[in-house]
Design a protein around this ligand. Structure first.
Ligand code: XIL
Length: 302
């Protein structure tokens, strides 16, 4: 294939990007996005603060814009994210206890129902585990409603949209030796054993010199896959430049290709200037929309 989506599709995978609705009018941006990618994630527009700005008043305008753009260009959509400690609307940040639990479940049900049948995979729960050596849950208002909030969210999502694959998504779970990775692994194993509906694990895979592509990255992918879930690389970006950056991208793509249940890769933005990373040049296209060495490495590896 001569584009990322064609090459990935020849390998039975998808290749995606995150899209910001307010950039779609930039024709350099939308031309690249349309040409190269066949899986779309809304960078912010389907998050809790965007979709339920006031309790029980849902706003799908920006999320629907992205969905429409994707569908009209023949692309699939990853839903991101139904429940998360961050980017909660102000009203939810002030809530706790049983009323927060029901508000969260109502949010999952309403949003998954609105997008029912249109979403390839949902990040049902995002970033619920703690960094550091504990291997336990992150403290948050949602966690304080009871640690079964995650399985409750997955059950609500399955009931609302039985066709969507349901993913647990997190960062710093790329290194198999990290306590956080092990904590997520134990949760997924427990969910599979008890029949909690989970279909996939999303490795965000935000890499930089402090958090490089781990040598055991493929082991992590294989280990999750062996539990009977798909693995998706959901928010890939790698700080750096030139041949070093290209080599890191190559290693990530190769690790995914080496595991049949690693079903797709999404990069977190189009051009370096679109990245959420204020400094650094972590993506596949430069600010002018030119293909970088990292792009060529990805295309050649696929
Ligand atoms: C980021 C977006 O890229 C930014 O525009 C926003 O200001 C903050 O969130 N993990 C996630 C994503 O799951 O939703 C985050 O996206 C990046 C880290």
């Amino acid at each position: 294939g001569s584009t990322l989506q064609e090459a990935a599709s020849d390998r039975g995978r998808y290749f995606g990007t995150a899209i910001a609705a307010n950039r779609l009018s930039d024709s350099t941006y939308s031309t690249i996005a349309n040409r190269e990618f066949n899986m779309i994630t809304a960078e912010n527009e389907m998050k809790m603060d965007a979709t339920e700005p006031n309790q029980n008043q849902f706003n799908y305008s920006q999320g629907d814009r992205i969905l429409q753009w994707a569908q009209s260009n023949g692309k699939q959509v990853r839903g991101h994210a139904l429940a998360w400690y961050s980017q909660q609307p102000e009203w939810m940040r002030r809530m706790e206890g049983p009323s927060l639990r029901s508000a969260m479940l109502n949010h999952v049900t309403q949003v998954a129902t609105h997008y029912k049948g249109k979403i390839h995979s949902w990040d049902v729960v995002n970033e619920a585990f703690a960094d550091g050596s504990s291997g336990g849950r992150r403290d948050s208002n949602l966690e304080r409603t009871g640690s079964d909030w995650i399985e409750a969210a997955f059950r609500a999502a399955r009931a609302a949209d039985p066709a969507a694959k349901l993913c647990y998504n997190d960062y710093n779970i790329d290194d198999w030796s990290h306590a956080k990775t092990q904590g997520v692994y134990r949760m997924v194993r427990d969910f599979k054993q008890r029949g909690v509906p989970i279909d996939c694990v999303g490795l965000q895979s935000h890499f930089n010199p402090q958090s490089p592509v781990p040598g055991n990255y493929q082991t992590t992918i294989e280990s999750f896959a062996a539990l009977g879930v798909d693995v998706q690389i959901t928010e890939l970006d790698i700080e750096g430049s030139g041949s070093a950056q290209a080599e890191n991208y190559r290693r990530v793509v190769q690790a995914c290709l080496n595991v049949s249940r690693c079903t797709g890769i999404t990069v977190w933005g189009v051009r370096d200037t679109d990245s959420w990373r204020a400094s650094g040049t972590p993506l596949l296209f430069d600010g002018q929309g030119n293909k970088k060495a990292a792009y060529t490495a990805v295309l050649d590896t696929l």
